[in-house]
Design a protein around this ligand. Structure first.
Ligand code: ZN
Length: 187
């Protein structure tokens, strides 16, 4: 951040009175601009013994498979965000959302919330951010080509929990960047 988003003046970095860490502060209007974590919401859509994955058409990790998920918009609930992302990325409708995987990604200040969900029908097709959308059985999951560690974690837990049909909320913390190449072409 270089300029104040309220008045356009230059900003400085300082610890405001009563605070305990450096913030962006406007030199003119003195507004303090806080930077806080972003929330990513998504679904793990299930249909019979299969789960729905999307092959990414966008950076990072073009060509890798992931669950439909993305940044929350203002004025929506996390469930709405997860459903909306599933509709946008896979043109897929889901129901019975249940919070399942919660991941703090401390190195990038993101929090990811993945909901277990029922896929309502098979009329899905790739949205703009996906190259392909497919259903996978556990045996067919492309484990080597999953885009993000958080998604691998959620999928592994799901197949484990499915054996006894208990799906408790799973917590994870990821604090280092993945070593996986940024896109499939350079792999
Ligand atoms: Zn200002």
């Amino acid at each position: 951040m270089k300029f104040c988003s309220s008045c356009g003046a230059n900003i400085r970095i300082e610890v405001p009175a009563g605070d305990n860490r450096p913030r962006h502060v406007c030199n003119s209007c003195e507004e303090v601009h806080y930077s806080n974590p972003k929330i990513i919401a998504g679904c793990l859509p299930v249909f019979e013994d299969k789960v729905l994955l999307c092959k990414r058409a966008i950076e990072p990790r073009i060509g890798y498979w992931t669950l439909p998920a993305g940044f929350m918009e203002n004025n929506e609930s996390t469930e709405q965000a997860a459903s909306r992302e599933t509709l946008e990325e896979a043109n897929a409708r889901v129901s019975s959302l249940q919070l399942y995987s919660l991941t703090s990604m401390t190195h990038i200040s993101h929090v990811q919330m993945i909901y277990l969900a029922q896929l309502d029908d098979l009329d899905f097709f790739p949205g703009e951010e996906s190259l392909e959308v497919e259903l996978f059985t556990e045996a067919n999951i492309p484990w080597e080509d999953i885009a993000f560690q958080s998604i691998t974690n959620a999928l592994r837990c799901y197949f484990e929990d499915r054996q006894n049909q208990q799906f408790p909320l799973r917590h994870f913390e990821i604090n280092t960047p993945s070593k996986r190449p940024l896109n499939k072409a350079s792999a």
